[in-house]
Write a protein that binds this ligand. Structure first.
Ligand code: NDP
Ligand code: 8X3
Length: 249
């Protein structure tokens, strides 16, 4: 049997990243995954057992990224998923720690990982990078200036890298979801789960599995096909601000 393809998924301890771990593993891929919460990585490893490797990593820490990634075999696919939103208020009330955490993770973390792995993937015969962007990279909405800026940056990085990598054997794609019910809103609202739950009141959001299925689809197109950018919305959502809710009828 041919060797399985190898994927590295960042931010694999929750939500979309963890759903990607399951989806790729179930499709026979060798899965390498990371995140900061070691206990959750260990649970994934003991549950899946084979073709799963994990290591704790904070993608904001450039030196740690280079050290950790120098110790793993180059993947055929990199899924840059680690990310977060922190805070939801007008810019003039924004918290500097929140901004730093979002920009350092969503933008610089993605750059750190990609910068280190791309030359190794190219030397290894090529592959694919799939960035998890967001509808917030297509539209800017009130109370989300820093998060939207970070996801517009992800869109810019995806588009620039696609042009840089054209002809190198590396495909560059993004999957850009709308509302997905994960730990995302709890993180955004600093642990206020009631407020987080209200994000999805009266509407049906995407699940992490919906997004993972799309990431897997993007990763399994023929070599000559690149789904460059997919905006994946729940049917109840038409734009960042237009969400149909049963209660509002
Ligand atoms: P979750 O909060 O459920 O998961 C976020 C993941 O990112 C966790 O595994 C977390 O792991 C990891 N992470 C956060 N900071 C770091 C860091 N510094 N270093 C390494 N890993 C980190 O949210 P989602 O699954 O929803 O979010 C995943 C991605 O999807 C993000 O990029 C988000 O912006 C994007 N997205 C989410 C949407 C949504 O509505 N949920 C919609 C559009 C895009 P740990 O804490 O263990 O480090
Ligand atoms: C996460 C989705 O609408 O909160 O990127 O920006 S949204």
């Amino acid at each position: 049997m041919a060797n399985p393809k190898r994927v590295l998924i960042t931010g694999a301890t929750a939500g979309i990243g963890r759903a990607c771990v399951y989806a790729f593993h179930a499709s026979g891929w060798e899965v390498w995954c990371c995140g900061r919460r070691q206990d959750r990585l260990e649970s994934l490893q003991s549950e899946l057992q084979e073709r799963i490797h994990s290591f704790a990593l904070d993608v904001r820490d450039h030196a740690a990224v280079e050290k950790a990634l120098s110790e793993i075999p180059p993947p055929n696919l990199l899924v840059n998923n680690a990310g977060l939103s922190r805070g939801f208020e007008p810019l003039w009330e924004g918290n500097l720690d929140d901004w730093n955490e979002m920009l350092d993770t969503n933008v610089k973390g993605l750059l750190h990982v990609t910068r280190f792995l791309l030359p190794r993937m190219t030397e290894n015969g090529g592959g694919q990078v799939i960035n998890i962007g967001s509808i917030a990279g297509h539209e800017a909405y009130p109370n989300g200036a820093a998060y939207c800026a970070s996801k517009h940056a992800v869109a810019a990085i995806t588009r620039a890298l696609r042009k840089e990598a054209c002809g190198t054997g590396i495909k560059v794609s993004s999957v850009d979801p709308g509302l997905v019910n994960t730990e995302f809103s709890t993180v955004r609202f600093h642990g206020d789960t009631d407020r987080a739950d209200r994000t999805y009141d009266g509407m049906t959001p995407l699940s992490a599995e919906d997004v993972a299925e799309t990431v897997l689809w993007v990763a399994t197109r023929p070599d000559h096909v690149n789904p460059a950018e997919i905006l994946l919305l729940p049917t109840d959502q038409a734009s960042a601000g237009i969400v149909h809710r049963q209660d509002s009828e």
